[in-house]
Design a protein around this ligand. Structure first.
Ligand SMILES: Nc1nc2c(ncn2[C@@H]2O[C@H](COP(=O)(O)OP(=O)(O)OP(=O)(O)O)[C@@H](O)[C@H]2O)c(=O)[nH]1
Ligand SMILES: [Mg+2]
Length: 293
């Protein structure tokens, strides 16, 4: 699973929180275990992700460019689910290889060979889009969220559509839409929730059922499409439809609230729907059932 997003879009925070959720709440819901595949993964997760965010309640530092930091191995885990069928119970595993790119490494036209190899090998791609960097979404922000938005305004390379388009062109080898499943998630949705209609799918929590709720999935997808349209970013949806046979839209928040200065908000880390893209992918890979109603 490759994770792609502009600088500051929330990739590292997302990885930290997603893994934490898989080890705890979501892992229990799915009857799944998450085992690190090597010692470096254990060490890196602890040092660079878990300790600052959960231990010290500090925001993560910007990821170092692969140009200066050569020890940027991906985190590798085996996610194993026990699947109870009518006739027999079986275990299915998925290797989760999470490569935390530095936002700036995806900007240059000559994305390093390493990134390219990793992107091409991925069975799924997750794009994180920071809605606070979409000019059309600013009207919906207030207070701290507004103050934290627009940091990259002068930088066309951080435009979410540019990032998605650049990676898409790198992946394309022949004409026609790409077949790799793509999840596109609006990160930091916490900052926008006050302005979303109360009946919005992005106001309710996902019901933990150990399956993918297909009605909920469609409702969130449609809601995100509508939001992009409302923020004059409808082109993102149209671009994805033209270039990928299989894409899904998400809204999530790793932290659950707008952070204060350099630290996690007073309520701690309260993730919202961080697992949704992974649940959809597990469903796509036939490791999770889909249910209606
Ligand atoms: N409101 C809100 N802000 C968030 C959330 N997650 C991250 N942020 C903010 O976004 C900043 C950047 O997050 P990172 O996870 O470091 O972003 P990144 O994509 O890894 O950035 P680079 O490593 O520089 O490419 C954080 O310092 C927070 O201020 C979230 O769930 N909600
Ligand atoms: Mg980072």
């Amino acid at each position: 699973m490759a994770l792609v997003g502009a600088k500051g879009s929330g990739k590292s925070t997302y990885i930290a929180v997603l893994l934490h959720e898989l080890m705890n709440r979501v892992g229990a819901e799915l009857d799944a275990s998450l085992t690190p595949c090597d010692d470096r993964t254990i060490e890196r997760y602890r040092q660079e992700f878990a300790r600052p965010l959960y231990g010290e309640h500090r925001l993560l530092r910007a990821t170092q460019s692969a140009v200066t930091d050569l020890n940027r191995d991906p985190l590798v885990y085996l996610l194993t689910r026990t699947i109870r069928g009518r006739l027999r119970t079986r275990a299915e595993s998925l290797t989760l290889v999470l490569f935390d790119t530095a936002g700036e490494d995806l900007r240059s036209r000559d994305v390093s060979e390493l990134h390219l190899r990793y992107l091409r090998a991925a069975d799924a791609i997750v794009f994180l889009v920071d809605p606070l960097e979409l000019p059309g979404a600013r009207a919906a922000l207030n207070g701290t969220a507004l103050a934290r938005s627009g940091g990259l305004d002068d930088d066309p390379d951080s435009d979410p559509l540019n990032v998605i388009a650049r990676v898409t062109e790198l992946l394309r080898r022949t004409g026609g839409p790409l077949k790799v499943p793509v999840a596109v998630a609006l990160s930091k949705i916490d900052a926008l929730r006050p302005s979303l209609a109360r009946q919005s799918a992005l106001h309710r929590a996902r019901r933990p059922s150990g399956a993918l709720d297909l009605d909920d999935r469609e409702a969130v997808h449609e809601q995100v499409l509508a939001l992009l349209e409302e923020w004059q970013a409808g082109m993102v949806g149209r671009y994805l439809r033209q270039n990928y046979t299989d894409f899904a839209l998400f809204g999530l928040s790793a932290l659950g609230a707008v952070p204060e200065a350099e630290s996690v908000g007073a309520g701690g880390v309260r993730p919202y729907r961080v697992e949704d893209p992974l649940l959809w992918l597990l469903y796509r890979f036939k490791m999770l059932d889909g249910v209606r109603g």
